[in-house]
Design a protein around this ligand. Structure first.
Ligand SMILES: Cc1cc2nc3c(=O)[nH]c(=O)nc-3n(C[C@H](O)[C@H](O)[C@H](O)COP(=O)(O)OP(=O)(O)OC[C@H]3O[C@@H](n4cnc5c(N)ncnc54)[C@H](O)[C@@H]3O)c2cc1C
Length: 427
């Protein structure tokens, strides 16, 4: 099957290139019919056609590599190197190489890897999702940059720290291996667009945007790029030298750093450019947003507010993409028209259970789990589609923050869905 796809892709590539060359040939024929000076003009047209054909070939080659070299299920990767990325030492980059020494498929800048590890003391494997933080042009390794998550500030004493991020920081050493699923994810830069681009990062949300900016630089893109990075202070500021260097060495790359809580040893003008959070007003003090394409990653409150403000300013919906690392907040309670609390009957067909879901029971994944029904656990943010479940009848609804890709008909993502009607689910 893979061979057939490969052959079809090769044939379609050949046809496209042949068409481009045929057009070039038409150019040549016409040119010979004219005088010598015109032939010189047509020579430059042929060169342009050659360049076009080469670009088509290159793009198809990348697409083919993405499809054919990718893998299904888990693949072992070795940690080749660990590098701390900020003065607080709580963001660490992990450089990964395939343990089988095989090829690395390319990916789209902005996509993520999903990891799984068996950890002593845990009955089920732990899993985590981390955005690829380097350009796909670096074809010898993948890189992810992981923030070590402590318990939330308001959590009761004894609350455990984040499992996967702490496993990465405290247990994964250089030379160790870990199971990795192939790159995926719906948040990536449009690599065919020529529009100027704005990248907006909040905290560790810089990782997919760093992949985008390094890819733009590595491919010598002439697109104007503005990178707005909001972080608390110099201690949390990640990839400081790398980002400054990109901006210093490329006239089309502009970096604006905002510190929300600068400390005494943070220097304005050197460490950061503005005090406060990234807002549309800050962005507008540098550029007119209307002609740009926007990619954002940070806390949902930040991305949602900036997206709404940009739309109000007239930026088209299709030019705004965002991703959040956190799950959306649980759904708010609504009342029906007659004031009753809304409830629905949920039939879990394979589990042979019919239960009443009432508002306050949260998303359907949580509701199922609390009633002893197991659905695969993924990112809990509606991004990696690991929990995708077949819906036999009825309708569900999602929060506004649901990523844009559509559900294939007949399935849905229980980690961020609530019922809209009574449901029959195939689990
Ligand atoms: C598409 C995507 C891309 C991502 N990319 C990155 C990236 O590039 N870099 C990055 O660092 N992260 C990234 N993330 C976030 C990452 O996937 C994890 O969510 C993050 O590392 C936390 O996972 P964990 O297993 O360490 O924490 P978890 O074990 O899931 O815990 C999360 C938090 O809950 C707290 N907690 C645990 N138990 C309790 C309890 N009983 N009561 C109250 N609180 C509790 C923990 O202390 C912790 O603060 C991404 C997420 C998504 C969806």
């Amino acid at each position: 099957m893979m061979l057939q796809i490969d052959t079809m892709l090769a044939v379609s590539g050949l046809l496209t290139v042949t068409a481009a060359l045929a057009q070039a040939a038409v150019g040549i024929g016409t040119a010979f019919a004219r005088n010598k000076r015109e032939v010189l003009f047509d020579k430059s047209r042929i060169e342009r056609f050659d360049a076009l054909a080469a670009a088509v070939r290159e793009r198809e080659q990348t697409d083919r590599e993405r499809n054919v070299l990718s893998w299904t299920g888990k693949r072992k990767f070795r940690i080749r190197q660990r590098v701390y990325e900020n003065p607080n030492f709580d963001i660490c980059s992990f450089y990964l190489v395939p343990h089988d020494q095989g090829f690395l498929p390319s990916f789209r800048p902005g996509q993520f890897l999903r990891f799984e590890a068996t950890v002593p003391g845990e009955t089920l494997p732990i899993s985590g999702i981390y955005s690829l933080s380097d350009s796909p042009t670096k074809d010898a390794h993948y890189r992810v940059s992981v923030k070590k998550m402590g318990p939330p500030a308001d959590a009761p004493e004894g609350t455990p720290p984040g499992r996967c991020s702490n496993y990465f920081h405290d247990s994964l050493k250089e030379g160790d291996t870990i199971d990795v699923y192939a790159p995926s994810g719906p948040f990536f830069i449009d690599d065919e667009s020529e529009r100027p681009v704005v990248l907006i990062a909040g905290g560790v949300g810089l990782t997919p945007l760093v992949s985008m900016i390094t890819w733009l630089v590595d491919t010598e893109s002439h697109r104007e790029v503005w990178f707005f990075y909001g972080v608390r202070n110099r201690g949390e500021h990640a990839m400081y030298e790398m980002l400054r260097k990109l901006a210093d060495e490329h006239s089309n790359i502009h970096l604006v750093v905002a510190y929300s809580r600068p400390s005494e040893n943070c220097t304005k003008g050197t460490d950061y450019d503005a005090e406060g959070r990234i807002t549309t007003d800050l962005i507008r003090s540098y550029i007119d947003p209307i002609k740009y394409e926007f990619y954002m990653c940070g806390l949902p409150a930040m991305t949602k507010k900036i997206a709404a403000d940009l739309k109000a300013l007239g930026v088209e919906d299709g030019h705004i993409s965002f991703e959040a690392f956190l799950p959306p907040p649980p759904p708010k309670k609504k009342k029906s028209v007659d004031g009753d609390t809304i409830s629905f009957q949920i039939e879990f067909k394979k589990s042979k259970k019919t239960l009443t879901w009432t508002e306050g029971d949260g998303f359907l994944w949580q509701f199922a789990k609390e009633n002893g029904i197991t659905i695969a656990k993924g990112c809990m943010s509606g991004i990696d589609r690991f929990c995708e479940t077949t819906i036999l009848s009825g309708e569900v609804e999602y929060p506004e923050t649901k990523p844009k890709d559509r559900d294939p008909s007949g399935s849905f993502l229980p980690c961020i869905a609530t019922p809209k009607t009574d449901l029959v689910l195939d689990c």
